[in-house]
Design a protein around this ligand. Structure first.
Ligand SMILES: Cc1ncc(C[n+]2csc(CCOP(=O)(O)OP(=O)(O)O)c2C)c(N)n1
Ligand code: SF4
Ligand SMILES: [Mg+2]
Length: 330
């Protein structure tokens, strides 16, 4: 809630209206609670049982739990079943070009560092067509949270091999089974330089919520890979990590720095090599935070540079700086 001194409202011709408030009156802005209902938009059009429903529910839950300012939430995506996400969120956002959500998000994040920039998309969107953008967004450490709904297949276009499909996976593009070595998302993200890297499973909602909150609180390029089943084109793909289907959901035990002998065995999230070792475990691997580093964001580095330039120019406005640049070109 904020209280502002009321400026005399203009009526278009410079004079005040008969209903103008007295100069000492105050306007009270009461912020409404952001509920799941407030951020829910269209009815999701995913197939019944698709893992992506749980991701959407977790996102709503985080927004409600953390009471994010509704007008500061930006939900972006590329193209794919998973990328339909922004349609189902009531708020600012865009369903953008296939694989191009990172560049769009980069511009938004750098221009408006006060916003919560969230991206959602699939394995194809992130690691195939958008692979290049993902790597550069990561290396530049641009502040945003990228949630990759990995179903090991192209769902929207009805079952082609994706960059994460395992060898042997039969699809319309590989009728006799995939032969190319798949991308290991955790390894790729570590080497690309993402400063927060986590992994979760769409059937483990509490864990997914924890990972979203930690990624959101991290300053920099945070990425979560979520195993989210495509029940239509790759049913049962993630059963080995689903305890309800006989699998095992193995959590990363993070160091508590409590000087106990057991702590020596726990994972240090700042250790890149240890994260790489965890990423090398055979499928279905482990879940939780693999890596976290507090190196400076591009947002903060750019801000320093902008502030020092502005100072040198005696606090000139953006318009004045532009005008001076144009004048020099004459
Ligand atoms: C430039 C461009 N190339 C290809 C396509 C076709 N296309 C749409 S979605 C998609 C892949 C979707 O797979 P993924 O990102 O894994 O999302 P999912 O549907 O599995 O959630 C492709 C190849 C497109 N829309 N635009
Ligand atoms: S095709 Fe697969 S990924 Fe797409 S909505 Fe259906 S179950 Fe989900
Ligand atoms: Mg996919």
């Amino acid at each position: 809630m904020s209280t502002d001194t009321n400026p005399t409202p203009p009526n278009g011709n410079g004079s005040t209206t008969a209903t103008a408030l007295p100069p000492d009156a105050t306007l009270e802005f009461v912020r409404e609670k952001v509920t799941k209902k407030a951020v829910t938009a269209d009815h999701p059009t995913w197939c019944p049982g698709c893992g992506d429903f749980a991701v959407l529910a977790s996102y709503y839950k985080v927004i409600e739990k953390r009471q994010l300012d509704h007008e500061k939430i930006v939900t972006l995506a590329g193209i794919g079943c998973s990328s339909r996400f922004p349609y189902f969120v009531n708020g600012y956002g865009a369903h953008f070009i296939h694989g191009r959500a990172v560049p769009l998000a980069s511009g938004i994040s750098l221009a408006r560092p006060d916003l919560h920039v969230f991206l959602f998309g699939g394995d194809g969107d992130g690691f195939s067509i958008g692979g290049n953008h993902l790597n550069h967004g990561a290396r530049k450490n641009i502040n945003m949270t990228y949630f990759i709904m990995d179903n090991f297949v192209y769902g929207l276009t009805k079952k082609q091999t994706s960059p994460t499909s395992p060898i042997g996976f039969k699809s319309k593009t590989d009728p006799t089974g995939a032969i190319d070595m798949p991308v290991n998302p955790m390894k790729q993200l570590i080497s690309a330089g993402a400063s927060f890297i986590a992994r979760t499973h769409a059937t483990q909602v509490n864990h997914m919520i924890q990972m979203i909150e930690r990624a959101m609180d991290h300053q920099g390029f945070s990425v979560i890979e979520c195993l989210s089943e495509c029940v239509e084109f790759y049913p049962g793909a993630f059963d080995p990590a689903n305890p309800r289907k006989g699998g095992s959901f193995e959590l990363i035990q993070e160091k508590k720095w409590d000087n106990t002998p057991e702590d020596e065995q726990r994972h240090d999230v700042t250790d890149e090599l240890a994260a790489y070792k965890l990423a090398s475990l055979p499928f279905p691997g482990v879940f939780g935070v693999f890596y976290e580093s507090d190196r400076p964001t591009k947002n903060s580095l750019e801000k320093k540079w902008i502030d020092s330039t502005r100072e040198k120019l005696g606090g000139a406005s953006d318009r004045d700086i532009l005008q001076k640049t144009f004048d020099r070109m004459k």
